[in-house]
Design a protein around this ligand. Structure first.
Ligand code: LLP
Length: 447
């Protein structure tokens, strides 16, 4: 089966107009060119340089509220714990904190970022298969809302650490429900062969064990079946039904269950996928978990942040190869890794107004990194391009900047937040000196 993240080679890509029509935060102005909210992206490229990530505050707010309202309309008593891994910029997380979001974190860095963004420990859930003792201690010091334990071994570690600190750690067991979310193999997490969670058949016994440990307050059950789920809504329903059955079993054994965590994973349309609306996720949650009458948590990342961001990049040169033309950009796979890693398709739209209606022809869009995998798009219909032309990759707000690296000694790009007509740099471009700053050569090699 072809990967749902890859572009089907047989059908035509959506036009620029079709891409913009689906994304109300982006508009094409006759004079200003492509604008995000009320800010011309050409202005940001000119003042901040490229490559630069640009996020729309209005889109973040609108999407957070849509999710919150869908959950409420489904009759759920719920909390939203934004998955910091999607985009851990402090302005993004801070904006969501103001909206009432909690956070889902998976490392000390993300925990510290969430706290710095104004999300208190009692709204943070700590997930992840390999939390270190230092991370668990830090989470407990900050009165973490919930630790999602992913193994019996981890439960024992948490119990011992918490007891040593004279605390009871609030722990949920993340179960692996063995369902297929029908997403890319690299981001499916709820199949038995995946490294994540405790086999659902073993969860009740482990939960009983937790109840017997003085260092642990058993909180509930968590599940996360994968990411970029578009076709797999039925997998959500199966997973939530399995979790509800487990909770009933725990209750029958007299074990306390305070809440359930439905994870993240709701997909977005990158190309022309039919992605489910938040109402559909809320419906699956309500159908499966609603009857338990417990508070429900979710951990969305991509659905909130993905469509809110673009990556601006300039054409470095336009090159005619033997059989095709190449647009070589100043952004590379080190910036936006998703195409190289998952064959992901991202919309790519020129920023200059005259290019919206120019004749199109297929181009290979590549970055400057010395790997063939540093290819953003093949046979993409684009206008003639010249050095300096600015292009915008769409839907780059999630797993874009967060997954960047400095490969090829390329510094991390700048990040900008747009809010109506206002905009600000929210992470300055990394200076090249930074790449060398913490390195040293041992004495014996010198001289
Ligand atoms: N909760 C847990 C436990 C997770 O592992 C994840 C994502 C989320 C929540 C948030 O999932 P979301 O709502 O964003 O789908 N780098 C990949 C995505 C990896 C997702 C990993 N886990 C990509 O660029 O598509």
């Amino acid at each position: 089966m072809p990967s749902p993240l890859a572009s089907p080679a047989t059908t035509e890509d959506p036009s620029f107009a079709e891409l913009l029509a689906q994304r109300p935060q982006l508009t094409a102005h006759a004079q200003d060119g492509l604008c995000l909210e009320d800010v011309p992206l050409a202005r940001i490229a000119a003042e901040v340089g490229t490559p630069t990530w640009v996020y729309s505050a209005g889109t973040l707010r609108r999407r957070f509220r849509a999710l919150r309202d869908a959950l409420a309309a489904a009759g759920l008593n719920s909390t939203i714990h934004y998955a910091m891994k999607a985009n851990d910029n402090l302005a993004v997380a801070g904006l969501l904190a103001k909206e009432g979001a909690g956070a889902d974190v998976v490392s000390e860095g993300e925990l510290r970022a969430a706290l710095a963004a104004g999300i208190p420990g009692n709204r943070i859930v700590f997930s992840g298969v390999g939390k270190t003792a230092a991370e668990i201690r830090l989470a407990l010091e900050h009165d973490i809302f919930q630790l999602n334990a992913e193994s019996a071994e981890e439960v024992e570690t948490i119990a011992a650490l918490a007891e040593g600190m004279g605390r009871r750690a609030p722990v949920a067991i993340r179960v692996n429900p063995d369902v297929d979310a029908r997403t890319h193999a690299k981001i499916t997490t709820g199949k038995a062969e995946n490294k994540f969670g405790v086999a659902i058949a073993d969860a009740a016994a482990l939960y009983a064990r937790m109840a017997a440990l003085p260092g642990i307050r058993p909180i509930g059950i968590a599940v996360h079946i994968g990411s970029q789920i578009t076709e797999g809504l039925s997998a959500y329903r199966v997973a939530y039904t399995k979790v509800a059955d487990l909770v009933r079993e725990l209750r029958a054994r007299g074990l306390p269950v305070e809440r359930v965590d439905g994870g993240g994973g709701l997909g977005i349309p990158y190309r022309d996928e039919i992605a489910p609306l938040p109402e559909a996720l809320a419906g699956a949650l309500a159908a499966g978990l609603g009857p338990l009458g417990l508070p429900v948590m979710i951990e969305p990342g991509r659905w909130i942040a993905g469509p809110a961001g673009v990556l601006l990049s300039r054409v470095v040169l336009h090159k005619r190869g033997a059989t095709r033309r190449f647009a070589v950009l100043d952004a590379g796979m080190n910036d936006l890794m998703r195409p190289a890693l998952y064959d992901a398709w991202h919309g790519l739209v020129p920023v200059a107004p005259h290019q919206f209606h120019a004749p199109l022809s297929p181009a290979e869009v590549v970055g400057p990194v010395c790997e063939t995998g540093d290819t953003f798009a093949r046979g993409r219909h684009l206008p003639e391009l010249a050095p300096g032309d600015v292009m915008a990759f769409l839907d780059a707000g999630a797993y874009g900047a967060a997954m960047s690296s400095t490969y090829n000694a390329r510094p991390l790009a700048a990040e900008v937040l747009v809010d109506g007509h206002r905009w600000a740099v929210v992470r300055s471009r990394q200076p090249v000196e930074d790449l060398l700053a913490r390195q040293s050569v041992p004495d014996w090699l010198l001289g």
